[in-house]
Each structure stands twice: as structure tokens, then as C-alpha cells.
Design a protein around this ligand. Structure first.
Ligand code: AMP
Length: 281
């Protein structure tokens, strides 16, 4: 396994791989790798000749008061994990390498970037789509792997790839969870013991509401949202940022009678850590 820090070197390698007719699978990450990332890597390993994992904590997707500096960066441990799971290249550029001081160009997916998380994290998805575009241009993947854990991000990237004709197939991968249901996330490392315990309740509430819906005990989107909000409010220390039910394909908000395909999307503060989750209903 090779670790590459420079863009021209990575581009030289991907060009060579393509001329040798090798397929490339890219797994973009911000590091602090866990079982969620590993599931993406394993899928990429199965489907491609060559697997590239990018590790880059992307400054342009963090707001001024967000946790860019606090974000965990256990680089050596990440490299060991990548080696263990058969990654061929770790692409780990510095922020300076990715964003020249004169950087002026950004990619935006309109509408979808301003709803849900985008309403509370101005500029976040512009940062995501810009860095993913750069990573696609640098690594030229045939397939790129994204987790459903970040469902809005997955939909936005899929839209960008369709709208702008990127020659890459986006592969959605299911959310990997802890035993108590908490979605694995690098940010879980920031939780104290008590915060960690209550974080597990979020998914259990979503599962309960899904069951109530399928038993026809809660049918309208508004009632489901209110039920979730009330249940979360009963957990001391959790603060809701949003709870919405959206069309799974378009992310249009559903009000009134629920129809399929629909997804509940939620963002909750647990102490100083913001957690997101979602579930198909
Ligand atoms: P991140 O390092 O948080 O930017 O995540 C990198 C990729 O891993 C994204 O496509 C995420 O959606 C995905 N991912 C993160 N957590 C999970 C999880 N628990 N299950 C599946 N995929 C995940």
C-alpha cells in the first residue's frame, strides 16, 4: 500500500492504472476510520482492481464555528486499517495541496444543499461537492462509495454526478451501527460516557416509530414527526435540530399522509456533538 500526499503523483498513478485497464474504486473519507468506512472499503475491494481511500479533513465543508480543529485525526491508525483491508493507495493531501491560496472555484448543487442539514450548515454541501469533484478529478474512479448514514450528502452527490455527467458510478452503502443502534461516526469519539449512552436512544426511537407506522398506529408525517420530537425531548441532554420526513428520491418534505418511498431524517445535539441519522420508513 502506498501513501500519496501530492496531487500530480496521484494523477500519474490513476492515469497509469487506466491505461492498464484497471478499474478504480474510491472511498472518500475524513479519516478516524471505523466500521462504517471499512464496510465501504470492503465493498470497493470486491468490485474493483484498485482501491483508493482518501483521507482529508476538508476545511471548506466546516462553518466558522464548527469542529474543524476538534475533528479527530488518528492518521497512523487509519493507515494501519487501510493496509489491513487491502487498500492500494491512501491519498492524504494537506489543505494547502487541495486549496491553493488563489482558489476561487466551487461546485454547488442548488436547492438540495439548502434544506435539512444545509439549512443549519451554510456552505457545508458546497464544500462537500467541491472536494468530491476535486477527488474525482484527481483519482478518476470508476466507482465511488458513499454511506447512507449521510443520506442527504449521498443524494446531493448522486445529483451532481447525474447533472454534470461525471463518468463515475456512485455506490450507496448501508449504515453500520453499534450494538445499541447508534450509527458509527468519527464524531462519536467526542462523546462523554453519558452522552454516548443517550446517543443510542435516537435510533431506537426511529425504529419504534417505524413499527408504529407499519402497525397503522401513526400514519401522518406530522404525527410521526411530533412523536419523535416528544420522545427526544424526554431524553435529558439531547437537543433537536431538525426532524423531517422526506421523499427518499427527491428529498421533498412530506406533510400529511405518508407515502413511499419516504425517509425520516434527524439531526440532534448531544452536548457539543451534532449527530445525524436517518431511516427508510
Ligand atoms: P466521513 O469520514 O464521515 O466523511 O465519511 C466517509 C464516508 O463514510 C461517507 O460516505 C459516509 O457516509 C460513510 N460513513 C460514515 N459513517 C458510516 C456508517 N456508520 N455506515 C456507513 N457508512 C458510513
Amino acid at each position: 500500500m502506498k501513501i500519496i500526499h501530492k496531487i500530480p503523483e496521484m494523477q500519474k498513478i490513476t492515469k497509469k492504472l487506466h491505461s492498464a485497464n484497471k478499474t478504480i474504486g474510491l472511498v472518500p473519507t475524513m479519516g478516524a476510520l471505523h466500521g462504517g468506512h471499512i464496510s465501504l472499503i470492503q465493498r470497493a475491494r470486491k468490485e474493483n482492481d484498485c482501491v483508493i481511500v482518501s483521507i482529508f479533513v476538508n476545511p471548506t465543508q466546516f462553518g466558522p464555528n464548527e469542529d474543524y480543529l476538534r475533528y479527530p485525526r488518528p492518521f497512523n491508525k487509519d493507515v494501519r486499517m487501510c493496509k489491513k483491508y487491502g487498500v492500494n493507495y491512501v491519498f492524504a493531501p494537506t489543505p494547502k495541496e487541495m486549496y491553493d491560496i488563489n482558489h476561487l472555484s466551487y461546485v454547488t448543487v442548488e436547492k438540495l444543499s439548502n434544506i435539512l442539514c444545509g439549512e443549519f450548515r451554510q456552505g457545508h454541501f458546497r464544500g462537500v461537492t467541491t472536494v468530491v469533484t476535486k477527488l474525482f478529478n484527481i483519482t478518476q474512479p470508476d466507482r465511488a462509495y458513499f454511506g447512507e448514514k449521510d443520506y442527504q450528502q449521498l443524494m446531493i452527490i448522486q445529483k451532481m454526478v447525474n447533472d454534470l455527467n461525471f463518468p463515475v458510478k456512485i455506490i450507496p452503502c448501508p449504515t453500520i451501527r453499534e450494538n445499541d443502534g447508534l450509527a458509527l461516526s468519527s464524531r462519536n469519539l467526542c462523546l462523554s460516557k453519558n452522552e454516548r449512552i443517550r446517543a443510542g436512544k435516537i435510533y431506537r426511537i426511529l425504529l419504534r416509530v417505524k413499527k408504529l407506522f407499519h402497525e397503522k398506529k401513526l400514519l401522518s408525517a406530522d404525527k410521526i414527526v411530533n412523536y419523535i420530537k416528544n420522545e427526544i425531548r424526554r431524553v435529558p441532554g439531547l437537543r433537536i435540530q431538525y426532524v423531517k420526513i422526506c421523499n427518499s428520491k427527491t428529498l421533498d418534505e412530506i406533510k400529511g399522509k405518508l407515502y413511499s418511498p419516504a425517509r425520516i431524517l434527524i439531526a440532534v445535539w448531544d452536548g457539543k456533538t451534532r449527530l445525524i441519522d436517518n431511516i427508510e420508513i
